[in-house]
Structures are given as C-alpha cells and as structure tokens.
Write a protein that binds this ligand. Structure first.
Ligand code: PMV
Length: 319
C-alpha cells in the first residue's frame, strides 16, 4: 500500500491579500504529510510526530484535541453509507504553525488515504473542497490556497473561488526556508488584517493592490528566470506585509541576515507573526551559505527548496 500525499507549500507572493480576493503565487513542497488508512473496529486517527490519537466514539476529547476530532469527523462525512470503520495514520513532515500549509497537507493526505481504503478516487477539486471544510475548523476563513497547493503540487497562481492556474516554470529559483522558531495562529493573523481593513479600508485596499501587482510581476520574473527582479519584488512584498503588522523583529532580522549573506531578496511566508521566512539565493551554493548563516546566527532550522534543494518542487519544473 502506498502512502497518500498532501504537499506543504511556500507562498512566494500574495499571502493575506489572497484572503481578500487578490491572487497569490505559491510553490508546493514535495514534503508535507503522508497518510495510510485501513479497516478497523472504530474510526480512529493517529497523528505523528505529535502522537495525537483521536477515536470517533462520541466522547468529547480533551480541549486541545477537539478541533482535530471535529475535522476528522468532517473528513469522513463524505464517505458512502455502510462503509467500514477506518484507522488512519498520518505523518506530518513540515513544522505546524510555521506558514508552510501543514494543516492543509494533513487534510489532503488523510482524505486521499480514506478514499484509497474505500477504493475510490475523487478529482482534486472535490478533495480541495473537503480539505477546506477541515481548514475552516482550524483557520476560520481560509482563502483555500493551502488546500489547492496541498492537492495539486507544483507552482501556481491561486485566486479564491477559482481553479488553480499552474505556472510552467522551466527553471526553479534556489530558495531557502528559515524557521523563526515561533508557531503563531494563522487565524489570529488573518483576523488582525480583517480588523485593519475594516478600520482603514482605503489604506489596506491600496496595500492589497500593490501586492496584486507584485504577484503579477513576480509570475513574469519567475517565468523569465529573472532572479534579480524576483528578489526585489520579495523585498517590496515584505515591506507591505510589515506595514500590515505581520512581521516580527526576528523575521526582519533573519531577512536582513539572509540578504547580508548574499540573498537577492527575502520575506516572510504564510500567515506571519512568526513562522517561516524565505530567501532567494543566486544559486544552490549561495543557498547553502544562507542556510548556514541562519543556522549560525539564529539557531534557525533552514532548508533549500527549488534549485539545488532536496525539496525541489519537481512537478512545477516539469509542468
Ligand atoms: O500560515 P499558513 O501556512 O496557513 O498560510 C496562510 C496563508 C494566508 O494567506 C495568510 C491565509 C489564507 O488562508 O490564504
């Protein structure tokens, strides 16, 4: 039996604005979550590496596990009546709460494992819809970018409510992902931006429009392989995210350190308020130097994606 896969992702440009209808440019990580399901006496879920166990026996679990209970129930809600009970085991391969789309990766892997055990295959669009029900339990009002990337992989432009548009990249950039250490709540960061939008709609809409231009120009730069332009756009996107109070002093310091170590640009990725940043290296050798700098200066966990990375998003490169 092969494991069912859900991809993690990084957002190159457009996080948060994407919740409000703007496009975002994202790249899937080959790693994310791996799941398998088999017939059992009761519906149960085991999540590694946390060793969290959920049993759907009608008994309310302890508070920190109750969202997982509700989400797992929702994941099984679409299954045909009279189905066998299932034991699902899932292993998360990216840090949770770090802006790498961990919960969407978990949901897609679990949904596909359930389908495989029941002998059915659903199109990506249905998996994404089901994954969104899971995401709403944890994130409140997700744009859907994480679920779409978790299911499809590759490099793509996402706009809320629309199908993912793959970006046929012939050469991937060398990107470093560095973890700032904290695991903020995406839901709280999204709510904070919504409050700012309600308070000062002209200012925040203006920021979203600027981010939308960055996404459009970023897609062109990526297709041309113009890493200098891509790096400059990352710096601009980071300034706008900082204006929305989504950055932290540690993320700013990590971005600056990456640029001092040779990066062409750097920004936070995902929900912000902590979590991960990404830096664009000139090449795979440069990426290694940036990883080392982030590790030495901040003790940060860092890895390379794209060119030179063990995590190359190959489906995007092949598209
Ligand atoms: O923090 P993550 O990996 O869930 O990424 C969230 C991306 C946001 O744009 C901030 C939220 C969303 O739903 O698109």
């Amino acid at each position: 039996m092969t494991d069912a896969v859900g991809h993690g992702k990084i957002i190159l440009f457009g996080e948060h604005a994407v919740v409000h209808g703007c496009p975002a440019l994202a790249m899937a990580l080959p790693r994310g979550a791996l799941a398998r399901a088999q017939v059992s006496d009761v519906d149960r879920l085991h999540v590694l590496p946390f060793d969290s166990h959920i049993v759907l026996d009608g008994r309310v679990p302890e508070p920190e596990l109750s969202p997982l209970y509700v989400a797992f129930e929702a994941a099984l809600a679409d299954a045909p009546g009279g189905r066998p009970r299932l034991a699902v085991q899932v292993e998360l391969q990216v840090p949770a709460g770090a802006g790498l789309g961990a919960s969407a990766a978990l949901s897609v892997a679990i949904l596909r494992a359930i389908d495989a055990a029941l002998g059915r295959t659903r199109p990506d669009a249905e998996i994404i819809e089901a994954s969104l029900r899971w995401e709403r339990v944890f994130h409140g009002n997700p744009s859907g970018v994480d679920s779409a990337m978790a299911a499809a992989g590759g490099v793509a432009v996402f706009r809320k409510g629309e199908p993912l548009v793959p970006v046929p990249v012939s050469r991937l950039p060398a990107l470093v992902v560095g973890h700032s250490g904290s695991a903020p709540s995406t839901r709280e960061m999204v709510e904070s931006v919504a409050r700012q939008l309600a308070r000062d709609p002209d200012k925040v809409r203006g920021i979203f429009e600027a981010i939308e231009s960055i996404v459009i120009n970023g897609r062109s730069a990526l297709l041309r392989g113009d890493w200098k332009a891509l790096g400059q756009l990352m710096v601009l996107n980071q300034q706008l995210l900082n204006t929305l109070l989504l950055s932290t002093s540690r993320l700013e310091a990590m971005c600056q350190a990456a640029i001092a170590a040779g990066a062409l640009g750097a920004k936070l990725t995902g929900g912000g308020g902590g979590g991960c940043m990404i830096a664009l290296a000139q090449d795979s050798g440069g990426a290694k130097a940036i990883c080392d700098r982030l590790g030495d200066q901040f003790g940060a966990e860092a890895f390379v994606v794209g060119q030179g990375g063990s995590d190359a998003a190959q489906r995007g490169a092949d598209a």
